[in-house]
Design a protein around this ligand. Structure first.
Ligand code: HEM
Length: 90
């Protein structure tokens, strides 16, 4: 788990995760708001005390260091966070 590979069938891996690598998916919203339980009744907690900069650092660590993708700008992170607020995503 320390290597970001998740926990089999319980917590998804942050490596080579198609969702995370899809640019239309907002990892920032998942970090901020958590994720409701789908199959195993286990929910991802929200990290809504984090600042936009902290969320940006987490998202970009996962993109660049873990997955070799280009970073996204703080402006993009801000607009994603505004959109997930508007859609009331949790
Ligand atoms: C900042 C750190 C974290 C990141 C970047 C992260 C990322 C993700 C992502 C991308 C998903 C998939 C959401 C989706 O399918 O749309 C997810 C789901 C999940 N996360 Fe996290 N996570 C983090 C921390 C945690 C922690 C600390 C826990 C447990 C205490 C956790 C537990 C879960 C669980 C259980 C799910 C699956 C929910 C379900 O579909 O049933 N996550 N996480």
């Amino acid at each position: 788990m320390d290597d970001a590979s998740g926990l089999k069938n319980v917590i998804p891996s942050l490596l080579d995760n198609a969702k995370i690598l899809d640019d239309t998916y907002s990892l920032a919203c998942t970090v901020k708001n958590g994720h409701p339980p789908s199959n195993l009744q286990l929910e991802m907690p929200a990290f809504d005390h984090l600042t936009e900069i902290e969320i940006s650092n987490i998202v970009n660590f996962i993109r660049t260091d873990l997955n070799g993708k280009k970073p996204i700008s703080i402006l993009d992170i801000k607009s994603q966070l505004n959109l997930c607020k508007q859609r009331n995503e949790r």
